[in-house]
Design a protein. Sequence first.
Length: 156
Amino acid sequence: MTVTNNVTRLLDSKHVNYQIYVLPEEKLGAIETAKLLGISPSITYKTIVVVHPSKKPLLCVIPGDKEVDLKAVAAICGEKKVSLPTQAEAEQLTGLQAGGISPLALINKGFTVIIDTSASAYAAIHISGGQRGLNLKIGVPDLVNLTRARFSAISH
């Protein structure tokens, strides 16, 4: 099945190789997604919105079986404290539904993207395709280049 949205059009226009996986159009966590795809949650990454007082929210891309390390993220930002928004706030900040938040869907929207250093051990990882029910397998170098992301240890 072929799904086309702004993310897939972007990837196609940049000649980026990726694979599409269509899932139920409900809010699935990364661990549930991994189970449905028969893959490890450690290569199924989720995008966590993190807010801090002085700048636009960050997008933290971390393994599905980990949690975002807010202290590490705060240190990266030079802040004393950062926080997680509610689901409704995350949706309002990104314009995307929870379960479909993707750094690829938010390119050129001013978000800083930080990818957990664990992703650098893989050639490709799975991330949301920018809508519920759409998962993409994409090369880590392509993801970094497109989103201008940086690596940091941001999960535990």
